[in-house]
Design a protein around this ligand. Sequence first.
Ligand code: HEC
Ligand code: HEC
Ligand code: HEC
Ligand code: HEC
Ligand code: HEC
Ligand code: HEC
Length: 257
Amino acid sequence: MKAKDSIHADLLAKGDQRAPGCSDCHGAHQIGPGALANTLDGVPCRKCHEEIYDAFRTSVHGMAKKAGTTQPPLCAACHNAHDVKPAMASRSPRDMCLTCHPSYEADHGQRLPNPKAHLEMVACTACHVPLDYKRSIYLRFTDAATGKLVRDSEMTALLKARGVTAKQIGPKELWQLYRDLNAARPVDVAVAVSIDDRLNAHYLAPKDIAVKQCEACHSADSSFFKAAAAATAGPDGQEVLQDIDRRSSVPCMVRSC
Ligand code: HEC
Ligand code: HEC
Ligand code: HEC
Ligand code: HEC
Ligand code: HEC
Ligand code: HEC
């Protein structure tokens, strides 16, 4: 049990009535979770996250579960049952995918010249959720020592001191922001490509409709990247996304066009 670190436990601690207690997921008599959690229809998460359940149900994993032939992940396999962390569009959980799909390099090496570079910067969902869902470029500012996202309040204060808002961050402002953040301690900035809406991350589709066109990302006017956002952390550790000028992240995207 690691409920103390979980987002649900944080809500409970704050007295938020919407948070699940044991019986929300286990039933009034602490029924073994297996019965509730191991069928698609019975997943205990469903009653509070119905919309996501609906998206998940039609995903490649939901369909496999329904067919009853394999052991695909249900909600708790990707989010844990008791240690549910805040979801982050800018850092989609790939290690968890790799535990069940360990042959990533062999699966993608034929097609991608450098699967490792893509693994670092492109979320699995960016290619495996079908084309019609929006993607964004995320700039992640992290404390180099801890790897944690920089606080949103710190970024906002630095921008304010320069007289700009997040939306006005073009290439020059980005460079300034990077230097201002680094004045306090070493800060890293990284680019990530991911699905825009975290709900849509649940529409994982079969491999034959995965994104295959390199130009989807590697072209100066990629339709994937109409939007860019800076990812920082709010007071409760949840991700805060602020729209920025798309040009500020394009230079790294088109380098390998
Ligand atoms: C958000 C839903 C949720 C909440 C809240 C929750 N659980 Fe669970 N629990 C599950 C699921 C799903 C499983 C089974 C999957 C797993 O083991 O990861 C599980 C597994 C367990 C197990 C392991 C049993 C076994 O057979 O492996 C125990 C014990 C348990 N829960 C106790 C509790 C207690 C006590 C609380 C309240 C402090 C609690 N749970 C709150 C969803 C929840
Ligand atoms: C009794 C209602 C309830 C149940 C049952 C429940 N949740 Fe939640 N969950 C919430 C609430 C309320 C929040 C916080 C508000 C929000 O972000 O939707 C939350 C937040 C989350 C988040 C973080 C979202 C974010 O914004 O970062 C995840 C992930 C999550 N739940 C997964 C699960 C999983 C997996 C289960 C089942 C094992 C589950 N929940 C069961 C009520 C519930
Ligand atoms: C195959 C892995 C996987 C499964 C299974 C899965 N999720 Fe997710 N979930 C994700 C990813 C990826 C995201 C996007 C955010 C991220 O990248 O961290 C996400 C995001 C979320 C969020 C945040 C959504 C938002 O709009 O803020 C919630 C809540 C959530 N999932 C609940 C669930 C529930 C409930 C189920 C089961 C019906 C489920 N997830 C099944 C991978 C999964
Ligand atoms: C740049 C796009 C891209 C990224 C990023 C990506 N994939 Fe794929 N993946 C594909 C394409 C395209 C195929 C189909 C390959 C084929 O059919 O030749 C595929 C195939 C697969 C398959 C099926 C393998 C098989 O042949 O049975 C799995 C499973 C898979 N990917 C999982 C993942 C996981 C997990 C991640 C993240 C760690 C990931 N992919 C990241 C594009 C991508
Ligand atoms: C608990 C294990 C598990 C986890 C975790 C998991 N998967 Fe899967 N995945 C499966 C199983 C089982 C199948 C169905 C295999 C089949 O029937 O061909 C599958 C199917 C797939 C397919 C379809 C492959 C094809 O042949 O069309 C893709 C793509 C995929 N998963 C991507 C992901 C991604 C991305 C993540 C993380 C967000 C993830 N998976 C997490 C077990 C898992
Ligand atoms: C979903 C978006 C996406 C798709 C699809 C995609 N890439 Fe990439 N690719 C990236 C990102 C992001 C980077 C890292 C940023 C950069 O170096 O420009 C990258 C990096 C690269 C690099 C440079 C790696 C390095 O070592 O610097 C090459 C070469 C490359 N991709 C080729 C391809 C080819 C060939 C395809 C099609 C088979 C492809 N990519 C499909 C997003 C994508």
